[in-house]
Design a protein around this ligand. Structure first.
Ligand code: ADP
Length: 455
């Protein structure tokens, strides 16, 4: 957990918070230093004023008269000082405590309500300041600053603010890290769990991919990968089952004949050997067909799409089949709106056309005709191969797209399976129509995303 993303996130946020707070502390210290210097300057100015007022009273009264000094003491108190006046002989003339005893109860009450001074509450030494008149020292004024002053209260509070903000920022950083790291790590943990499930063979496992950020992209890529794996795996299993099934029959036949030869039940002559040889030829064709099928199936996962102009593409196909059709006396033509472009894998598209045209040629006798029809349908494109051949028997029709299914006189029974798989890999659909004796038609319906109009 210490190495986990959650912990790292918390550490990161706390570090950022600590840096921010340290700079706040440094800033506050600098400000307070300036503020104290300013306060000290202000305090000296005030003391100077108090001195002047006492010296003024001495001059006014031509000496120290205790009864006339109360106002000066109260004024000094108002400026934040407790005072003691000592005359030239060193005797105490008046002090704040004494002066307050002499004031009227009304003034005393007002002063108390201001909370400026409480007897015995002050600590710290008095600072003496000499008093002069006409260059001659007339006494000294001892001054003690009242604490806490409003400024001290302000400084004290700023300390509290700082402590509170440290606590607050720390809590917010912790809370944010818990919330955000949770949001960030939860989908990653889910992905990690899904990945291990897939590695255990649970190929159906998917993750939620609703987020629109990079984590969402990762989840979508993961789901696509999982889907491809699942498709691949199910194709592989089905292929192995079907291939084993298809190989078993000819292999069984070869084995049976060989056994019979070994047992002397059938002669080991050229006719029987030829029949065995033919059987191995069929096996070889089957293996080649399986190879084609395998390629078609893997194309589901790896199409190399290009923009293909339909007309030249189909003309090439016709050219490829011209001799074979000609030899059999079957007409082959292209019809419809061919000024289109398809966005498809050209090699796979050729494979579709080769398989459909081969089947059509196989089923059509001399004098028959085959046409390739191109027609836009609902924004997409339909390519139909229609023949006037034998048609498909009703009992065969539901199975013609099944792997290794073949009708009478059929080949390996994989041509249409390949066509269907390639078409579906392009997002296209395949439809077949047939009436026994009246020909067949096979249509590939390409969706709008696979079509580009070049006219
Ligand atoms: P194959 O042609 O190797 O037998 P396919 O998968 O291409 O295998 O076709 C499966 C079966 O469908 C064929 O054996 C045949 O009976 C039938 N078929 C396909 N195309 C046509 C067609 N154009 N006309 C008549 N029958 C067809």
């Amino acid at each position: 957990m210490v190495r986990g993303l959650r912990f790292k996130f918390l550490l990161l946020l706390l570090t950022v918070a600590a840096i921010a707070l340290s700079s706040a502390i440094i800033l506050r210290d600098l400000m307070i230093r300036d503020f104290r210097a300013f306060l000290e300057g202000q305090s000296e100015d005030k003391v100077y004023l108090v001195q002047a007022s006492f010296e003024g009273a001495y001059e006014r009264n031509a000496g120290w008269r205790r009864a006339d000094l109360t106002q000066e003491v109260i004024q000094a108190l108002g400026l934040g000082f407790e005072t003691r006046l000592i005359d030239g002989e060193g005797n105490l003339v008046i002090d704040t405590v004494g002066a307050l005893k002499g004031v009227s109860p009304l003034i005393k009450k007002r002063l108390d309500s201001l909370g400026l001074f409480r007897e015995g509450a002050q600590t710290g030494p008095f600072t003496p300041y000499p008093l002069f008149l006409g260059g001659k020292q007339i006494g000294s004024l001892e001054v003690r600053e009242l604490r806490p002053s409003k400024e001290d209260t302000f400084l004290g509070r700023s300390d509290w603010f700082l402590i509170l903000s440290i606590l607050l920022v720390g809590c917010i950083a912790a809370l944010l890290s818990i919330v955000f790291s949770g949001r960030l790590t939860r989908p990653i943990e889910e992905l990690a769990r899904a990945a291990s499930a897939i590695s255990r063979g649970e190929l159906k496992k998917r993750v939620a991919a609703t987020r629109r950020d990079e984590v969402g992209d990762l989840a979508r890529a993961f789901n696509t990968m999982a889907k491809n794996l699942e498709t691949h795996e199910s194709l592989r299993r089905k292929l192995i089952t079907d291939v084993a099934h298809e190989l078993r029959t000819p292999l069984g036949a070869i084995r049976g004949e060989l056994e019979a030869m070994v047992d002397g039940l059938i002669p080991n002559d050229p006719d029987h050997l030829q029949s065995l040889y033919d059987e191995t030829g069929r096996l070889k064709n089957l293996v080649d067909g399986i190879e084609d099928l395998n390629q078609a199936e893997s194309s589901i996962l790896s199409l190399k799409r290009e923009h293909i102009a339909v007309r030249p593409f189909l003309e090439n196909m016709v050219e490829l089949f011209r001799t074979r059709f000609h030899q059999k006396g079957v007409e082959l033509k292209i019809e419809g709106d061919t000024g289109q472009e398809l966005y498809a894998d050209p090699d796979r598209l050729s494979q579709i056309m080769v398989n459909l045209l081969s089947n059509a040629l196989k089923a059509t006798g001399e004098g028959g005709h085959v046409s390739i029809l191109v027609k836009p349908v609902d924004g997409g494109l339909a390519i139909t191969v229609r023949d006037s051949g034998s048609g498909i028997r009703e009992e065969d029709f539901p199975f013609i797209f099944e792997r290794f299914y073949r009708g009478p006189g059929g080949g390996l029974g994989i041509g249409l399976t390949i066509v269907k798989e390639i078409a579906e890999a392009h997002g296209a659909r395949i439809e077949a129509e047939s009436a026994p004796g009246a020909g067949s038609s096979f249509t590939i319906l390409f969706p709008p995303e696979a079509v580009h109009n070049s006219s």
